[in-house]
Design a protein. Structure first.
Length: 303
């Protein structure tokens, strides 16, 4: 573990739930942390856990940007990386994190040869309120270097991400983990958004056949992508997550409820596009996509 003097300084992009959770935890671990916001500004925020409340203060980031943690919604990544591209140091390290399937080839393509690029997938849960960030669920993260410049900086980045969103599992190939998460997200997110319900309500027999077909399509598609996703294990995993998070509302349910854009394109949209590439029919995912597109009216009060 590096000493305080050796700790890299970090720039957190945005002021969202996961970004601020990481920012506060890095600062608590004595990393220098600044924020890159749409409008440069200092920010004071309280990190609330089940047992603690800590006030964190952040200054605006100074250019050029070196170590960046970028946790924006999947649909905001490309625009964000374009905006950042002229602000980065030639040896910057970028850790990108979002739900849904990232376009890894695209992410690799945005980094110059000396710039490291990483993807991090996390199961921590956080909620942003007006002046706080609530750490609502302890989780863990999977982290993968996507190019050589990232691999060369491995120990320092892993140490920082362990403080931010650890425990961290480092992997050379993040795709199998992303497909396992995709299977869960492809069921829970669109169904809870469509039916405006908590995750646990999907365990009901009314959804059993539809969920079985959704999972079968994802497993079949994974095989065509040379990813092993065994059907029964995947089904068991999806139900385990539904039960473990039974009282929670999914992020997509919340996004629909508050009439924000959905991250559907990086989940069900990815499945449909990839299936089309293989000329595989995925009618259940297609129908779910279409049903969600049609739902544009405001929701009834949250149950
Ligand atoms: N929250 C969770 O518990 C959780 C758990 C696991 C995974 N995730 C995933 O992690 C990702 C981030 O989630 P989140 O809940 O933290 O989202 P969020 O609260 O919406 O935060 C995203 C932040 O990024 C900012 N942003 C977007 N583009 C930007 C740009 N170009 N420049 C500066 N700031 C920019 C947004 O600002 P504006 O609001 O101004 O656009 C917003 O403050 C999502 O993919 C989510 O599904 C979330």
């Amino acid at each position: 573990m590096p000493s305080a003097q050796q700790k890299l300084s970090w720039v957190i992009v945005g002021q969202g739930a996961i970004g601020l959770l990481a920012a506060c935890r890095l600062q608590q671990a004595a990393y220098p942390v600044a924020l890159w916001l749409r409008q440069p500004n200092a920010l004071t925020v309280t990190l609330e856990t089940a047992t603690t409340k800590t006030t964190c203060q952040f200054a605006p980031a100074q250019k050029p940007l070196r170590q960046l943690f970028i946790a924006v919604k999947a649909y905001a990544v490309a625009e964000c990386l374009t905006q950042l591209s002229t602000e980065l140091s030639p040896d910057a390290q970028l850790v990108i994190s979002h739900n849904g399937m990232p376009d890894l080839a695209y992410l690799q393509s945005v980094a110059a040869s000396a710039q490291g690029i990483w993807f991090l997938s996390t199961s921590h849960a956080a909620l942003r309120t007006a002046d706080s960030v609530l750490h609502t669920g302890q989780g863990q993260s999977i982290l993968s270097p996507l190019n050589n410049a990232a691999r060369q900086a491995e120990s320092a980045i892993v140490a920082a991400m362990t403080e931010a969103l650890g425990p961290v599992q480092l992997t050379a190939d993040i795709r199998p983990a992303l497909w396992r998460k995709l299977a869960v997200n492809a069921v829970i997110n669109p169904l809870t958004a469509l039916h405006n319900c908590r995750n646990g309500e999907l365990v009901s027999a009314a959804f059993t056949a539809q969920i079985a077909r959704l999972i079968a399509e994802v497993c079949q598609l994974a095989a065509l992508e040379h990813i092993e996703l065994e059907l029964q294990q995947t089904k068991a995993h999806v139900y385990q997550v539904m039960q473990a998070t039974a009282q929670n509302y999914s992020s997509m349910q919340q996004d629909r409820y508050y009439q924000r854009p959905l991250e559907i394109d990086a989940i069900t949209g990815f499945i449909i596009r990839t299936a089309s590439k293989h000329q595989l029919a995925v009618p259940e995912n297609q129908a779910l996509w279409e049903a969600l597109q049609q739902v544009t009216s405001p929701q009834s009060p949250q149950p």
